[in-house]
Design a protein around this ligand. Structure first.
Ligand code: SF4
Length: 122
């Protein structure tokens, strides 16, 4: 299940992917396999909330997302298989999905910048 992070050009899962309506979850067996790898990983906190010290994500949620991958390459995204299954009907539909995700990312970045400015001015 090892995965070459350096060669992968797409972004990793972000918290807002969990609320994105077009998200795809991995099958249960894929989640179990990913979580098993995390559970044995040196970067996994053994006590609650059981997060990854590399990406600071709660793995019970992140490992459910198709586009997610381990930041040090211990497991990869499930995206290729999602495309093979044609959950996106065509390229246009996928482009729309990517655009919606980018819009949400931009909004999150803008909101963070505004928050930082407010803190600087206070
Ligand atoms: S995502 Fe990767 S680095 Fe993080 S806990 Fe899981 S296996 Fe370890």
């Amino acid at each position: 299940m090892e995965f070459d992070v350096e060669k992968y050009e797409k972004r990793n899962a972000m918290p807002w992917d969990l609320v994105y309506p077009g998200k795809h979850y991995v099958p249960d067996e894929v989640f179990k396999e990913r979580y098993k790898i995390c559970s044995g990983c040196e970067f996994f906190t053994k006590k609650a909330p059981r997060i990854c010290k590399k990406c600071h994500c709660w793995m019970k949620l992140k490992a459910t997302l198709g586009i997610a991958y381990c930041p040090v390459g211990k497991w990869g995204p499930y995206e290729e298989e999602l495309l093979e299954r044609k959950w996106f009907k065509n390229q246009e539909e996928q482009d729309l999905s990517d655009k919606a995700i980018r819009t949400m990312q931009d909004a999150a970045v803008a909101s963070k910048e505004e928050e930082n400015k407010k803190q600087e001015n206070s």
